[in-house]
Write a protein of this length. Structure first.
Length: 151
């Protein structure tokens, strides 16, 4: 059984230079899991922050579950990430370096049905780096077009 991807952050690869990927569990309420199964979330500007010895996910918007009456929670609430102590210590060491941030790349259900988030240790790209990436992509696309035309 494969992982079922619920949402991806497509802009992350454009805005950030991804250095390392990490898988983490999410501490969720029951109605939040039901909303996730219905793909009612926005992962666009999600990032993780280390507070003390714990990691928290910010800006993950999980919409209210329509069939829940009183159990609904704040859609923008800060959610705790479930990581091993050695993973957190490793992240703390890398986050102390200048310019690194933790961003959410995707949210999915693993083969056991548990909600997981794929985090990336990333470094922000400057505007000129983004422009260079677009330019490089365009030239590669034009080269492929010319090569396929010559065949």
């Amino acid at each position: 059984m494969k992982n079922r991807v619920v949402a991806t952050n497509k802009r992350a690869a454009f805005r950030y230079e991804i250095i390392e990927k990490i898988e983490a569990g999410l501490e969720l309420k029951g109605v939040e899991v039901k909303s996730l199964r219905l793909n009612k979330l926005d992962l666009k500007d999600s990032f993780a922050r280390i507070d003390g010895n714990e990691v928290f996910l910010h800006n993950l918007h999980i919409s209210h579950y329509s069939k829940a009456s009183y159990d609904n929670v704040d859609p923008q609430r800060v959610r705790k990430l479930l990581l091993h102590r050695n993973q957190i210590n490793k992240l703390i060491g890398k986050m102390n370096q200048k310019g690194y941030t933790l961003i959410a790349l995707s949210l999915y259900f693993n083969n056991k049905g548990k909600a997981k988030v794929e985090l990336a240790l990333a470094k922000g790209r400057r505007l000129y780096d983004q422009r260079q990436k677009i330019k490089k992509k365009e030239t590669e696309r034009q080269l492929r077009k010319v090569k396929s035309f010559r065949k």
